[in-house]
Design a protein around this ligand. Structure first.
Ligand SMILES: Nc1nc2c(c(=O)[nH]1)N[C@H]1C(S)=C(S)[C@@H](COP(=O)(O)O)O[C@H]1N2
Ligand SMILES: [Mo]
Length: 529
């Protein structure tokens, strides 16, 4: 009896080892194809694209920057469970079990070739080659578990090998399993290392970028824009802590020297293809702009303020012969495409209305970090990122809102999404226990394009008290505020609301992030000791 259990456990382990072999080999083969073609990345990407907006939003909220790691871990856990089962199954049905590994190869291959950034059938190779070798490993290992022990096997004690399952080739199994484990670990480590090194030309191209001085510098941030209150968000968000929201499981590493941007489409009288050097050679401007994600909950972290350096998008479009629809042009939507197949649509009228819509090359004084879109991304003041801020940009197409729905719109988000007037309490933090006495309540408020005119704070059900506003940098940047509060002992709820320069006060009405951004007032509950 005992022998049967041992064999079944070893068979399950063989399934896992076969799975590991498949993934490791796929990783190695993906070095020759593209890192994005490796099956876990491809299946993960396909899963992201098919995840309902609400779930995706939930994942972003709950796992934040770790959402992608959680997804990949989830895929591995599911694969692991199937691999265990497949191993046990192969003990009875060796061929069918081994063939089962191939099914996963097909799933990976279909996912990889179906990605929007797929470069062709070669993307199937990592999954296919990996699965074939995985199937071989499973067939060989299970074969050892099924074949009768040879008499010469010195290690085989009669008492164990004569179990109900009969004898099996212990030494053969151990040797084969050891070889498979060592080989797949080697392939996996080598594949990972080579893929990591593969982005070297992109890294070198970024290191070689020298951003020319802008012809129009950002106006100096007024000294009073940054309040000296512990716990308040820095006025300028450093790149290292700038939020990141995108669908890329592997950050695209684009070699700037090979990068091209095509501008074409409806009503583009002079289509062009530009190089990175072409953009560097143009007049650059520098602007402080606060970027906001539509997935940001009231009080959430997906908002940041950076100094962007780039080319005026409207100027470039005008040179290409584009006219805004308000001036009779036929195209009302500008669709930006990234190297990873993301599509983001912005109103042509917005990017050409005189605001500082940029093809950004620089962020806070350095070339864009890879995670934030190197070499070139869009930044449009006043529009949520999903309708304006395409990273790893490679194509700009003029079209209409009627003719084309970009990525997020296909998934239930709005076609047009100006940023809503919002405010956030940065300090005290939720459930903080400040001492009774003067407590500084402080935070940020934003209403890009309109500007912040007033911020008010309410303690419990008390009257609205006007907060002190920090100096305004521009209408397109967030604004800090603070209010000294004479805190009395006990539990208190602090609530904030902002009023923008159009005179509109931030609505109390709660709206979910889908389809066009959350609304409502941010509250923080604290206990004063
Ligand atoms: N290529 C690409 N660009 C993208 C996205 C993406 O998923 N892929 N996400 C957009 C969204 S939803 C936002 S809010 C901003 C975030 O920019 P950041 O990651 O630099 O903060 O990028 C936008 N640009
Ligand atoms: Mo976003």
């Amino acid at each position: 009896m005992c022998g049967g259990w041992v064999r079944r456990a070893l068979a399950a382990g063989s399934g896992v080892l076969a799975g590991c072999t498949a993934l490791a080999v796929a990783e190695l083969v993906s070095v020759a194809v593209r890192p994005q073609a490796s099956p876990v990345v491809a299946v993960g990407g396909a899963a992201i694209d098919r995840t309902p907006a609400a779930v995706k939003d939930w994942a972003i909220r709950h796992f934040g920057a770790h959402d992608k790691m959680v997804l990949q871990l989830g895929i591995l856990v599911v694969l692991g469970i199937f691999a265990l089962a497949l191993g046990v199954f192969a003990l009875r049905f060796r061929r069918t079990g081994a063939a089962g590994v191939l099914v996963f190869g097909v799933v990976g291959a279909v996912a990889a070739t179906g990605r929007p950034d797929s470069t062709g059938p070669a993307d199937a190779l990592p999954s296919v080659v990996g699965a074939v070798l995985g199937a071989v490993v499973l067939a060989v290992l299970v074969g050892r578990l099924r074949s009768p022990a040879r008499v010469s096997d010195a290690g085989d004690r009669p008492g164990q090998s004569a179990g109900s399952g009969g004898g099996w080739d212990r030494r053969g199994f151990v040797v084969a399993a050891g070889a498979a484990a060592v080989a797949s670990a080697g392939a996996g480590v080598l594949g990972r290392a080579l893929n990591a090194a593969g982005g070297q030309s992109a890294v070198a191209s970024r290191a070689g970028v020298v951003l020319p001085a802008p012809v129009s510098t950002a106006r100096p941030v007024p000294r009073g824009a940054q309040l000296r209150v512990p716990g308040i968000s820095a006025f300028r968000t450093p790149n290292s802590s700038f939020y990141r929201v995108d669908t890329a499981l592997v950050v695209p590493k684009v070699d700037a020297t090979a990068w091209r941007l095509r501008i074409h489409g409806l009503g583009v009288r002079r289509p062009v293809t530009l190089t990175f050097a072409d953009l560097l050679g143009r007049e650059l401007i520098e602007r402080d702009i606060t970027l906001t994600c539509v997935s940001n909950e009231v009080g959430g972290p997906y908002v940041g303020n950076a100094r962007w350096t780039g080319v005026r998008l409207a100027e470039l479009l005008t040179e290409c012969g584009v006219r805004a629809p308000s001036r009779g042009g036929p195209a009302d939507q500008l669709v930006a495409r990234s190297v990873d197949g993301m599509t983001i649509g912005s109103p042509v009228d917005d990017v050409m209305d005189g605001r500082d819509a940029l093809l950004a090359l620089g962020m806070n004084g350095e070339p864009l970090p890879f995670a934030h879109g190197f070499p070139v991304r869009m930044v449009v003041p006043g529009l949520y990122g999903f309708v304006s801020a395409c990273k790893w940009l490679t194509d700009l197409e003029l079209t209409t809102f009627d003719a084309y729905d970009p990525y997020w719109v296909k998934r239930g988000w709005a076609r047009r999404a100006p940023i809503k007037t919002e405010s956030r309490i940065d300090t005290p933090k939720p459930f903080a226990r400040p001492r009774a006495g003067t407590v500084m309540v402080a935070g940020v408020a934003w209403a890009q394009r309109r500007g912040i005119d007033k911020v008010e704070v309410r303690i419990d059900d008390g009257p609205w008290q006007q907060a002190r506003l920090a100096a305004e940098d521009t209408r397109d940047t967030w604004r800090q505020w603070s209010l000294p509060w004479q805190a009395s002992r006990g539990g208190h709820t602090l609530t904030v609301r902002a009023t923008d320069r159009t005179g509109r006060t931030q609505t109390e009405k709660r709206a979910p992030t889908i389809p066009d951004g959350a609304s409502g007032w941010h509250s923080v509950v604290v206990t004063v000791d």
